[in-house]
Write a protein that binds this ligand. Sequence first.
Ligand code: SME
Length: 149
Amino acid sequence: MTKSYKSAQYESLIKQARAVMEGEPDELANQANIVALLHRTFEFWWTGFYRVVGDELVLGPFQGPVACTRIGHGKGVCGSAWKRKETIVVPNVHQFEGHIACSAESCSEIVVPVIKNGEVTHVLDIDSSTYNTFDHEDKTYLEELVNLI
Ligand code: SME
């Protein structure tokens, strides 16, 4: 089967991420670079991490417009991915019950939890300004990417 252009982009990005994180133990620095790589490669609307602090998600490194700072457990797409401990792909954010609209431009979204020792420590949230941006391919590569941190 011929590889899609998107999968070639992800494979190249994962190579760059490995190189940039090699020998670097600082999680925050690594997250910041991953965000930059993703945001620049795919020109997403918003790309960033939220980290689990107590019973909330708190905004971490991101690129894109100003975003909400805190999200409760089970709230919005981010809080739901945290609660379910699984990636959520949202083709149309207007059809996701409880979606938190940080920006009116956001049309579709993917949230990938970072799981360490069975617990969610962060979520990677990506918003697109077009509908149906994310699919199983994004899910697979993004899960691989966050596991490198
Ligand atoms: N839309 C997210 C909130 C975070 S912003 O998109 C950056 C949600 O529903 O959890």
